[in-house]
Design a protein around this ligand. Structure first.
Ligand code: XMP
Ligand code: MG
Length: 195
């Protein structure tokens, strides 16, 4: 893929080996998921979306707007968490970098995640939100890697099951880069070689 109108070869597109989920697929799936969630929550007051920074930022923004278009108002909160130790092997020990700004007791929470990999982060997060006395907690994740799952967690809404490969784009980064790509893809091996 070659970007149009970029100068100095600075386009991220040139670093992408393969597109895994296209911009159009993401758009269609987000609308589909929002329709389903809006339907499932039609009798529920005050749905609270909890976006997990930074990866879920794009999906959170698009999903929330899609909910709104379905006549389903939401409130938004954000958390930032990080796994202790090596990122390559998620340990399940999680540190809160940014906590919720308010009490969620009695609220119907939907965690908005970019990707479920081992599931360890989400597993911890679900326990944490339950301990804060949410009335209900469900998860909507744009991506899931079925072959990487280590803990069985109930993810009610999933956009795409993808191969067990490291992906970037649409919020997902490699060394804080590539988040702004409108699609999800795999990097060329040469990118890692020069990192
Ligand atoms: P776990 O293993 O706990 O992982 O389910 C959760 C978090 O790890 C990040 N992650 C990725 N980030 N490309 C990324 O840029 C990937 O392929 C990838 N897999 C996991 C992500 O933040 C996720 O929420
Ligand atoms: Mg994340």
């Amino acid at each position: 893929r070659q970007a149009v109108g970029m100068d100095q070869g600075s386009s991220y597109d040139a670093d992408i080996d393969r597109v895994i989920v296209s911009e159009e697929q993401i758009r269609d799936k987000t609308v589909e998921l929002a329709k389903q969630v809006a339907e499932d929550y039609r009798r529920v007051d005050g749905v609270l979306l909890v976006g997990v920074l930074k990866g879920a930022v794009m999906f959170m923004a698009d999903f929330a707007r899609a909910m709104g278009r379905n006549g389903r108002s939401v409130e938004m909160e954000f958390m930032a968490v990080s796994s202790y130790g090596q990122r390559s092997t998620s340990s399940g020990v999680v540190r809160i970098l940014k906590d919720l700004d308010r009490d969620i007791a009695g609220r119907h929470v939907i965690v908005v995640e970019d990707i479920v990999d081992s599931g360890l982060t989400l597993s911890w997060l679900l326990k944490y939100l339950a301990s804060r006395s949410a009335a209900s907690v469900e998860v909507v994740a744009l991506l899931r890697k079925p072959d990487a799952i280590k803990v069985n967690i109930p993810v009610k809404y999933v956009g795409f099951d993808i191969p067990n490969e490291f992906v970037v784009g649409y919020g997902l980064d490699f060394a804080e880069r590539y988040r702004e790509l409108p699609y999800v893809g795999v990097l060329k091996p040469s990118v890692y070689a020069r990192a």
